[in-house]
Every structure is written in structure tokens, then in C-alpha cells.
Design a binder for this molecule. Structure first.
Ligand SMILES: Cc1cc2nc3c(=O)[nH]c(=O)nc-3n(C[C@H](O)[C@H](O)[C@H](O)COP(=O)(O)OP(=O)(O)OC[C@H]3O[C@@H](n4cnc5c(N)ncnc54)[C@H](O)[C@@H]3O)c2cc1C
Length: 474
């Protein structure tokens, strides 16, 4: 019987997984996952490429995938190393006839694909790729990727009008494995240099990796808590589990497919209601697609300071300010609270991300690339196309049709956190400040500082002169 190795990547699920489905229907299957050492050891900056939260989430997701596969009679083989070196060895020792995998779009992943194809060429074993990470299938787009519109609304109009979202594929009921399989070995957090991250009670959610967890989250947000119908009006929230779906970490690891979410939204629209919120959630999934197709179109330009525009960029800020931004000690409470939340939990709201990114680029006038790398390290939901695509956008070197967009972070803080509840949650040293001052502690007079017990040691003065609200001098 033919043997097919199914190489799992950012697609850690058994439902709506075309390579697994196709392989299980016609061959003995070796389901395979390789923890790529470069994703953990590659330290370009003074922080790890993959931080503790995402590493833990990934370990849980792979563990869960193993269980899902075992329930269907299969066995997930887990190794640590370089896929392009490990897979050819398995091909040679197990007599594998083909490798099936989902196609990726970003530079590092493509380099691995090319190296693997090169290594397998010796054995005359083909790698067959499938498209399965977006809502809209690549082959269904009404334009070739090289002609992809650069403005999101143009992309959206075209795909909405012409493209049908394919139905998700059911999980295979049976996965046959070859009689002899190598044992493999699941790595531990400690092996990647991390202790178990401490769960912070203030976290929006106790995220756990894995396909069943993704399905549970969707069930809770859409059906049990019935929050989907309010999404459009709550999505700019900052506190709690239900202001947005929080599905991103599972989407990024592929524990759930966007098509599965789309069709559950459609069911919700049939069985409960269809309104601007249900439509808006789908629009957000389109943003995700948009950045993925943009990454495919522009290849590694999204990782460069000049972005997809190949802009000539100059940064004249103070490089020492980067560390203050990163550590959440800028003296701007809204920035510091968001950066602290990300560091302590691996998550930050969409509103927060837009503000801290804009602050780094527009207010501190610093290179955004290390900022995006810090997000890569910290975010549970890190996704190369979404992260670098959004950073391109905010930095003005990507797909924002408006030139020079600049968030006024104090105005934003007052609008989205009017009582200061969010900043006080993450910066408890500000808890006694009245709402009118909590976002601008630099306006406190010396006597007010004393009254609220706010010394320079417990909260810093702003690292740059605030716009429009200058420092109190008394
Ligand atoms: C600077 C910056 C960096 C970002 N980095 C990432 C990243 O690494 N990974 C990531 O998944 N998202 C990223 N985003 C997009 C967005 O902030 C998150 O997807 C969202 O906050 C995740 O929370 P949620 O699942 O509750 O989203 P919801 O609001 O519930 O949205 C549903 C889903 O739509 C998708 N989505 C929503 N907004 C966007 C967007 N702007 N771009 C792409 N997809 C979107 C996500 O998959 C999300 O899970 C970034 C945004 C900015 C401004």
C-alpha cells in the first residue's frame, strides 16, 4: 500500500484539512509535525523569536492534534529539528511515496519548502501542496495574485461579488498507519528554555491550544454567550473575553480554519439573526485573507522597513526609547498598559495594537521592524502575514490608502477607556487617579502627585513631550 507523509505546519487540525483527507482516503498515513528549531533558537534581537506563551500554546495544540489523530486510529509522529532534513530521512527509512502539506506564503516557510523539495528530489518523491489557510481559495480568486488590489475595500468588493466560500471538509473517520512507525518525541517547554508561564488573572481568556479548544471558544462566543450579534459595537473593547471573538490564536496555528468559522456564522445568521455584527466578523476574516494574499504578492518586502511600497524611510527618534516602548515604561499610560498586557498574557486587543504601533512609528519616530519582531515574540496569535502586513499598514509603507495616519494616543485612550478602567487594571499604581487625569498623569501638579502617591519611581514621566497636553511644570 502507498505511504503518504502528511506534514502538519500551521494547520494543527483534522477538520477541513485537505492533505489529511486526501491521504487518508487512499494510503497509509504518517501524520508528522516537526518543531522547527530555527523558530525557537533564532535570536535576531535580544529576545526570543517565539516567546513562552506561544510556545506553550503550540505544544498544547500539537499534543491535541495527536489525540485527535489517535481517536481515528492514527499516530502523530513528532520530532524536533529541521523539516527539510528530518522528512527526507523518514522518506528513506519508511519507504514513503509522497509528502502532502498545506502551502505557506511567507519567506521563511517558503525557504523550508524549497529546501525540502530539493532534498526529496534525490528520492524522486514529490511534495504535493494544498491551499487551505484562507477563507477564499486561491484558485477561486477573480484575479491572479499578481493583480491583487492594493486597497482592502477593492479586494473585498471583488471577492464578495464573485467568490463562493468552499464548504469545510469533514475530518477523516479512519487514519491507517503503517505497521512500523518511529516513536518520535514531544519536546517540553523547558527544552525551549522556558518555565511554565504564570497565568495572570487579568488575562482576557485562559487560552489553551488545540482544535477542540478552538471549537469550544467558537461555541461559547457565538452560541452560549450569544455575543456575535454585538461584535460590531464591542470589538474595540479592551477588557474581558467577549468584546471580540479571540479566535486569532487558533486561526494562526490552524487549529480552526476560517471556512469553519464562516459557515458557523452563516448557521448563526439562519438560526439566530443576521446583522451588521455577523457581517463584520466575516469582514475581519477577509482582512486576514487580504494580508495573506498581499504577502504572497509582495514576498519578503513585508519584512523590510520600506515595506511593500519600498519607501525610502528614515527614523530620527532616540533609539534608547525602543526599550521603554518594549517594556511598557513610556510614561503614556495607554501605551504602557497595552504593552504590559501583551507581556503578561500574550494578547493585546486590536485597538491596543493599532495605538502602540502608531506610537512607535509616529510619536517615537523609530524603526517599526524591531517593534513587529517584538510582537512576533510575544503574541499568542502571531501570524507572519497578519503581523507584518498590519505593521506595514500602520507604518505607512503598506496598504493604507490614507497617507500619514497618526493616532492621537491620548484622544484614543479617552475615547476607548473613558474611566481609565483598563489602564488601572494593568498599571495599578495609577488606580487612585481620577478619570480626567489617568491618561495624562504628566498634568498632575506636584501636590496632586503627592496626594495620589505617584512618585517618579512608581510611574515615569513621559519619554517625549506630549502633543497638545504639555507637561505640568509646577
Ligand atoms: C500592529 C498589528 C499587528 C497585528 N498582528 C497580528 C498577528 O500577528 N496575528 C493576527 O492574527 N492578527 C494580528 N493583528 C490583527 C488583529 O489585531 C488581531 O487579529 C485581533 O486583535 C485578534 O483578536 P480576535 O481574534 O478577538 O479578533 P476579532 O476582532 O474577533 O476578529 C476575528 C478574526 O479576524 C482576523 N482579523 C481581525 N482583524 C484583523 C486584521 N487587522 N488583520 C488580519 N486579520 C484580522 C483575525 O484572524 C481574528 O481572529 C495585528 C494588528 C495590528 C494593528
Amino acid at each position: 500500500m502507498r505511504k503518504i507523509l502528511v506534514w502538519f505546519r500551521n494547520d494543527l487540525r483534522v477538520r477541513d484539512h485537505e492533505p489529511l483527507c486526501k491521504a487518508a482516503g487512499k494510503a497509509e498515513v504518517i501524520p508528522y509535525y516537526c518543531f522547527d528549531v530555527r523558530q525557537f533558537a533564532d535570536i535576531r534581537y535580544a529576545f526570543p523569536k517565539t516567546g513562552a506563551f506561544r510556545t506553550k500554546f503550540l505544544l498544547e495544540s500539537v499534543h491535541n492534534l495527536g489525540e485527535e489523530i489517535a481517536q481515528r486510529g492514527g499516530k502523530l509522529l513528532v520530532e524536533t529539528g529541521k523539516p527539510e532534513e528530518r522528512i527526507p530521512q523518514l522518506v528513506a527509512t519508511l519507504g514513503i511515496n509522497a509528502v502532502y502539506a498545506h502551502k505557506e506564503v511567507t519567506d521563511e516557510e517558503i525557504q523550508v519548502e524549497e529546501a525540502l523539495e530539493h532534498a526529496l528530489w534525490r528520492y524522486k518523491v514529490p511534495v504535493e501542496y494544498f491551499w487551505g489557510t484562507t477563507l477564499y481559495h486561491l484558485e477561486d480568486l477573480p484575479f491572479p495574485v499578481k493583480n491583487l488590489p492594493e486597497v482592502f475595500s477593492d479586494f473585498r468588493k471583488e471577492v464578495e461579488r464573485y467568490v463562493h466560500v468552499r464548504e469545510p471538509m469533514p475530518a477523516p473517520t479512519r487514519i491507517n498507519v503503517p505497521p512500523v512507525m518511529p516513536p518520535g518525541r514531544m519536546p517540553t517547554l523547558e527544552q525551549f528554555g522556558f518555565a511554565e508561564p504564570v497565568h495572570d488573572e487579568r488575562a482576557v481568556l485562559a487560552f489553551r491550544g488545540g482544535e477542540p479548544e478552538a471549537l469550544r471558544r467558537m461555541q461559547a462566543y457565538f452560541w452560549d454567550n450569544d455575543q456575535l450579534q454585538h461584535y460590531k459595537h464591542t470589538r474595540n473593547g479592551l477588557i474581558g473575553a467577549d468584546y471580540s471573538s479571540k479566535l486569532a490564536p487558533w486561526l494562526s496555528t490552524g487549529c480552526i480554519s476560517p471556512r469553519t468559522i464562516f459557515w458557523d456564522v452563516k448557521r448563526y445568521e439562519r438560526e439566530r439573526l443576521r446583522n451588521e455584527s455577523t457581517i463584520h466578523l466575516i469582514t475581519e476574516l477577509m482582512w486576514r485573507d487580504f494580508f495573506r494574499f498581499i504577502a504572497k504578492k509582495h514576498a519578503n518586502k513585508i519584512f523590510k522597513a520600506g515595506g511593500i511600497k519600498e519607501a525610502a524611510v528614515r527614523f530620527n527618534g532616540n533609539p534608547a526609547h525602543f526599550e521603554r516602548w518594549r517594556s511598557g515604561t513610556t510614561g503614556y499610560p495607554f501605551i504602557d498598559a497595552n504593552m504590559t498586557e501583551m507581556m503578561r498574557t500574550g494578547y493585546m486587543s486590536s485597538r491596543g495594537r493599532q495605538n502602540v504601533a502608531s506610537f512607535l512609528v509616529r510619536d517615537l519616530a523609530l524603526n517599526w521592524v524591531p517593534g513587529a519582531a517584538w510582537f512576533e515574540s510575544q503574541l499568542l496569535d502571531y501570524d507572519p502575514a497578519s503581523n507584518w502586513g498590519n505593521w506595514n499598514y500602520v507604518a505607512g509603507v503598506g496598504n493604507d490608502p490614507r497617507e500619514g495616519r497618526h493616532f492621537n494616543v491620548v484622544k484614543q485612550a479617552r475615547e476607548y477607556d473613558p474611566e481609565g478602567e483598563y489602564v488601572k487594571r494593568w498599571l495599578p499604581q495609577l488606580r487612585d487617579l481620577p478619570p480626567a487625569l489617568v491618561h495624562t498623569p504628566w498634568l498632575l501638579t506636584a501636590s496632586q502627585r503627592q496626594q495620589y502617591g505617584l512618585t517618579e519611581e512608581c510611574y515615569p514621566f513621559p519619554i517625549i513631550e506630549p502633543r497638545g497636553t504639555p507637561l505640568a511644570r509646577s
